[in-house]
Design a protein around this ligand. Sequence first.
Ligand code: ADP
Length: 507
Amino acid sequence: MAVSINEICENTKLAREMALMGNYDTSGVYYQGVVQQIHRLLATIADATRKAKWQIVQHQIVEEFEKVKATSSTLQLFKVDTHGERLLGTSCLSFEETTRDPALWAYNNSDSSWNQTQPRDPDVWPPLTPAEQKNSRQQKIQQQKQQNRTNTKKSLATAKKPDSKASGKKDDKKIVKKDDASKDKSETEKDDVELEERKFEPSANDKDLVEILERDIVQKNPNIHWDDIADLHEAKRLLEEAVVLPMWMPDFFKGIRRPWKGVLMVGPPGTGKTMLAKAVATECGTTFFNVSSSTLTSKYRGESEKLVRLLFEMARFYAPSTIFIDEIDSLCSRRGSESEHEASRRVKSELLVQMDGISSNSEDPSKVVMVLAATNFPWDIDEALRRRLEKRIYIPLPNHEGREALLRINLREVKVDLSVNLTDIARKLEGYSGADITNVCRDASMMLMRKKIAGLRPDQIRQLPKEELDLPVSAADFDEAVERCNKSVSQEDLEKYEKWMSEFGSS
Ligand code: ADP
């Protein structure tokens, strides 16, 4: 069906109007619709210049939608609780996280829908009109059906491949195929059943390993958002460009503009590399595979290669996926015993093979599997791996503004005395990493409690009234905490990172 530009304009107008009226859910439905329409339009445009212009428009609409979502999340912080008290999210009283369901964020190749639905809170939002409810529900079901159809196609394609190494059959029992004819109530109920997640079903031989992966490595919803990460604007921008945008605009990121095979985050420990990977997965709604290289090589000795193969197979099954490999340097270095070195070598070889496999699949955007790696020791990474991790981003220590933002994030849930000047503290924390700053805040917030319980017996401690312990953190507490917690990164280390980045960096 041809996409009408008038319709795109009209829907954009409605999305904005709904947002202005505070109807954020409905506004979101329109925004998503517009993005889908532009995506469909893009598929019909041959002229490169015109196409690029529409891609920019699409990106702007996505950004606008993000702002609306951010506004709506902020407003939720001012939620009225059941006792009628107004609660500030930044205070110590209560903070309710919005639940984001990655299954509803999944990017869908054939119809390019990414579909987010936030639970509606009757305390904050005006009730939806019956028409809006129907509209929003039908859109959700339609989009999920579309997703399921794509998944069915994907599974069928895998099953058809005679040389497919796919481990066993994939369980598509829960996906019911039916036509799009008008549906009565019972059909709508069946649609709800369709919303159930598909599950990767390995062959009997691989069952135990897949269980390990499901238990230790797959994280369905890491629930870290860009806003939870202080500072690092440049890193966020680069990750968006390298990982997020290719998933949003697969048509644009083709040929010479194909997505990077892998992205390596380099920097001192505790600077937020893991948080950034989680935010990428949350913000894109991809399935998140959080793997530590040392776990791969040591914990599952003997099975590590197979584990890597299954990991990528699962990632393809649950695609779009982000595989985050922490401490990737440990796959290359010669630390530890000879057998550990041998295990690392085999894991690394399998990883290289699998990463090459990803790129040959990159024509199908619904199967995007992105490898994000992190290291505190980039100089240990050998050339073969470095070559596959084409984009190399530096994650630095926070600057003054970042340190202040970090203090604010860390102190979201504790009471802070009016005497505390965060700008002053941020100045004293120069050279501290994000993790060091978290430690300082934790230490400062416990200082008073430590003093109160000093010399008391356990029964006396238990009897202390909560109010006596939960007093605001003072400037003196911070001074003492800064004194006690040292920075963990030396000037010498920083120079080493700079040197490596100037030679191998690509940000
Ligand atoms: P890395 O992977 O670089 O070693 P992490 O992402 O695991 O570091 O961060 C460790 C901890 O430090 C986090 O749990 C968080 O408390 C804090 N932290 C570090 N950097 C940031 C940041 N930029 N914003 C918010 N918290 C941060």
